[in-house]
Ligand binder design. Structure first.
Ligand code: MG
Length: 364
């Protein structure tokens, strides 16, 4: 029996994780955390006889983890708010199934230090990273030439910068291949999602940025690809369905059946690849730059992006305002070494204030 603490139980990942846990007798839910929806948390807990419940940070997630003694924490909290739970799980040496990419982006160094002290593992739930993890497992890093992360290109693939000036939230939320929550769907439309994933991959796999490439693969069937020094390349393929990486992280190192169908090759597969358009989608290059700068720069990038995306979703900030706000905030808030959580929380707050100012300027 494996005890699972599910943080972010009512979101897109959380709901699919419940499906996986319910389907597998060897997985048992021991704790549930939600951001706001108390009724849903209580229903989820009552249906599964779960004793430990946190709503809106009460009790705090580190306390929830301490009390419920899980074997694996699935962190599917949205945004920077997921960071304390990531650090709490890693400090305690508990396996962390990580769907909250922002915590590794904003605090990659701190998370790896906590993991080192605790002795646990990070099991990526992001589809690309789960794929890369599976291609890289058991290979020595000297044999790796490069890692390729794929992106669908989102709903605006093929559009020019000028085309994007007037797109609204409903168009940006219409993702062609993946069904996800609103924050990550907007990030997919700007390609910031792939930028965050680039930084996430750097920390997860210990690869320098120049060894991580991003390509567009519109059907989202190839999730990641690793090139090796002998000229071989291993790709991880499957239909775009988050239940696959969630299931793999929760049942690791085993595999369990999911409701996802096997890949049908006879029906035909289109596997085109293309480079990303960094003129129309500048967020990717901004993320690469912030990653290479290091220290608190990725935390600033993430904070500015969260502020800008929230404003865009409210119908205030124009779509192209998102990279604008991020770029200006990165240029304004100086990067510093990110030595502890308190420092990062202060940097995050400063970046949010700065980003909010730039956002207000661009709304009018
Ligand atoms: Mg992903």
């Amino acid at each position: 029996m494996k005890k699972v603490a599910l943080l972010g139980a009512t979101g897109s990942i959380g709901t699919q994780a419940l499906e996986i846990v319910d389907a597998h007798p060897e997985l048992e839910l021991c704790a549930v955390a939600v951001g706001t929806r108390r009724d849903d948390a209580e229903r989820i807990a009552a249906e599964r006889n779960v004793e430990h419940v946190s709503v809106a940070g009460s009790p705090p997630l580190d306390e929830l983890i301490e009390r419920s003694e899980p074997d694996v924490v699935l962190n599917a909290v949205v945004g920077f708010a997921g960071l304390p739970a990531t650090l709490a799980a890693l400090e305690r040496g508990i396996d962390l199934a990580l769907a909250n990419k922002e915590s590794l982006v904003a605090a990659g160094d701190l998370a790896l230090e906590a993991k080192e002290r605790g002795g646990g593992r990070i099991l990526p739930v992001d589809s690309e990273h789960s794929a890369a993890f599976q291609c890289l497992e058991g290979r020595s890093s000297e044999t790796v030439d490069s890692l390729v992360l794929t992106a669908s290109g989102g709903p605006f693939r093929g559009r020019t910068r000028a085309d994007l000036a007037s797109v609204d939230p409903s168009e940006a939320l219409a993702h062609p291949t993946w069904s996800m929550g609103p924050k990550v769907t907007i990030d997919s439309a700007t390609l910031m999602n792939k930028g965050l994933e680039l930084i996430e991959a750097h920390f997860l796999f210990g690869l320098p940025y120049e060894q991580i490439e991003v390509v567009i693969q519109p059907t989202s069937v190839v999730h990641a690809l690793v090139r090796f020094c002998d000229g071989a390349a291993l790709a991880h393929m499957g239909y775009p369905d988050m239940r696959v990486p969630i299931s793999y992280a929760l049942t690791y190192p085993e595999r369990a059946a999911t409701a996802t169908p096997a890949l049908d090759l006879a029906a035909g597969l289109i596997l085109e690849f293309a480079p990303p358009d960094e003129d129309a989608f500048p967020c990717l290059a901004l993320a690469r730059m912030a990653g290479e700068t290091g220290g608190s720069a990725p935390c600033v990038l993430n904070a500015a992006n969260e502020v800008a995306v929230a404003s865009f979703l409210e119908g205030a900030l124009p779509f192209l305002g998102i990279p604008d706000v991020v770029e200006r905030t990165l240029a304004t808030v100086p990067a510093s070494p990110a030595r502890d959580l308190d420092e990062l929380v202060a940097v995050d707050a400063a970046a949010r204030r700065t980003a909010a100012t730039f956002t207000r300027e661009l709304v009018h």
